[in-house]
Design a protein. Structure first.
Length: 171
């Protein structure tokens, strides 16, 4: 029975897919770590600055990768987390971009598949993919109930609808 649950979210930049994975990660554990594998040291300073500006309350760990490999540093990091205490459960939440058309899937990186495969036979490690569907974005306002009295655009739409009804009644 796991005694402690840590969630690791591998990120390579600040994107909507990464944001979705981080939101999901914070719902399943209080201990969430964003992990950036440094394959090009020139980009690390920009990533650290952007992360600090984003300020979402999730710490960013930066792992150097001298051989430009993403998997080896990630696997070593997770293994070290598991060895901290017996019964440590580690969940890796992988942001995964899912294109709208099947043939576009061939153009996208398969990093999420490689990460799942690398941890397939590791005990107390769960890999979860959080899909981000390209071309399927909705406005948050359209999906949620909201108070129209607080929305000036809704008030304008109501005014336009009233004027349209008056004009229709006159004709």
């Amino acid at each position: 029975m796991p005694l402690h649950h840590t969630v690791v979210v591998p990120v390579n930049s600040i994107t909507k897919a990464a944001a979705g994975a981080l939101v999901y990660a914070t719902t399943i554990s209080d201990e969430v770590i964003a992990l950036y594998v440094e394959v090009d040291p020139r980009n690390t300073a920009d990533m650290r600055r952007e992360w600090d500006e984003w300020d979402i309350g999730v710490p960013l760990e930066i792992l150097p990768s001298p051989y430009r490999s993403i998997l080896r540093p990630l696997v070593e990091y997770v293994e070290n987390l598991r060895m901290v205490s017996p019964g440590e459960l580690v969940t890796i939440v992988v942001p995964e971009i899912v294109p709208k058309r099947w043939w576009e899937h061939l153009l996208h990186n398969k990093t999420a598949l490689y990460i799942r495969t690398a941890f397939l036979f590791k005990p107390n490690v769960v890999v979860t993919a959080v899909p981000y569907l390209l071309g399927h974005a909705y406005r948050l306002r359209d999906l949620m109930d909201y108070d129209e009295d607080l929305d000036p655009a809704a008030e304008q739409e109501e005014e336009v609808a009233k004027w349209a009804e008056l004009e229709k009644a006159r004709s």
